[in-house]
Design a protein around this ligand. Structure first.
Ligand SMILES: *Cc1c(COP(=O)(O)O)cnc(C)c1O
Length: 323
């Protein structure tokens, strides 16, 4: 293991991604402020390149490679936002990218990943082991693996969203972050602790996939079975060896929310704020809304992590929620 990343690494990441990643907007809503009795600041990574914050970490990790590793290329396994983040970052840096994706990945995701110029290797989820396939390809071709969350440069890159947020808003009292494997939460925590030492930082994960909450309480990384939830970006089964110690040190608590709470937040974003947020991206607001008492009179940061939900799915989810 390398040493844990620090706020200095977040600052270095911000330099690297400058001019490549969008500085996403920070939105407000009087409606939600009135409902919750607080001032909420929404950092809109649903409007980031590829539609999610993952571009930040992927770009930072690839840009940090030396020229020999860049020449050899990078590899990642993902069927979600990390695949597109690595594909786009690699193409901007003129690095060859190979993405290992399941045979039954949605056609739109395959097409999007391919459109950034990545080579796609497909495998059968039911009979093949993606980690083994990825490792074999990496060894054969000298590719560098870019993990979705458990890597110091990925964590530092993800931290730049909160750094931008607090540069704009000043120190916030509370920060709510969507939680899967913890790259976004640990990076956000590094930035928040440096820019707002008193800030209370909360991770929010799906109720069905509460491995982060269990891990925080147990004091070690707890593994769970693949959770069933509409938050497909948070179906991770365990936190990482880099993300967990930072989370354990900096995070006040980890909250869980139900799929129904996610749909309510998704509806709010669409109807009131006119923005499209994917179910996983709704975790932070759903979590904040569930602890209204803690928010009274406070300045609260909400990281919206992504907006990649296909419209048929979006409509089906909202249609199923009859309020
Ligand atoms: C990956 C992802 C997450 C979870 O991020 P981690 O760094 O794994 O905790 C949350 N939301 C969206 C939209 C994602 O793509």
């Amino acid at each position: 293991m390398q040493t844990l990343p620090t706020y200095d690494d977040v600052v270095a990441a911000a330099e690297r991604i400058k001019g490549y990643a969008h500085r996403t907007p920070v939105l407000r809503s009087r409606t939600i402020d009135a409902q919750l009795g607080a001032s909420l600041y929404f950092k809109c990574e649903n409007l980031q390149r590829i539609g999610a914050f993952k571009f930040r970490g992927a770009f930072n990790a690839i840009a940090a490679l030396d020229s020999a590793h860049r020449r050899a290329g990078v590899i990642a396994f993902s069927s979600g936002n990390h695949a597109q983040g690595v594909a786009l970052a690699a193409s901007l840096l003129k690095v060859k990218a190979t993405i290992v994706m399941p045979l039954d990945a949605p056609a739109a995701k395959l097409a999007a990943t391919r459109s950034y110029g990545a080579q796609i290797v497909q495998y059968d989820r039911y009979t093949e082991d993606r980690a083994a396939i990825t490792k074999a390809l990496a060894q054969e071709h000298g590719y560098t693996l870019i993990p979705p969350y458990d890597h110091p440069d990925v964590i530092a890159g993800q931290g730049t969203a909160t750094m931008e947020l607090m540069q704009e808003t000043g120190p916030l009292d509370l920060l709510f972050v969507c939680l899967g494997g913890g790259g976004l939460l640990s990076g956000s925590a590094l930035a928040a602790r440096a820019l707002a030492p008193q800030c209370r930082i909360y991770g929010v994960e799906p109720e069905a996939g509460n491995d982060g909450q269990l891990s925080l309480r147990a004091g070690h990384i707890v593994h769970i079975d693949m959770p069933k939830t509409i938050a497909d970006g948070a179906q991770t089964q365990f936190l990482g060896n880099y993300t967990f110690p930072i989370i354990a040190r900096e995070v006040a608590d980890i909250l869980t929310v139900t799929d129904q709470q996610l749909v309510q937040a998704m509806r709010f974003y669409a109807e009131r704020m006119k923005i499209l947020v994917e179910p996983t991206g709704c975790l932070s607001l759903a979590g904040a809304s569930s602890v209204k008492d803690l928010l009274q009179g406070k300045r609260v940061g909400i990281i919206i992590s992504g907006g990649n939900v296909d419209l048929a799915n979006f409509c089906a989810l909202l249609g199923a929620d009859t309020q």
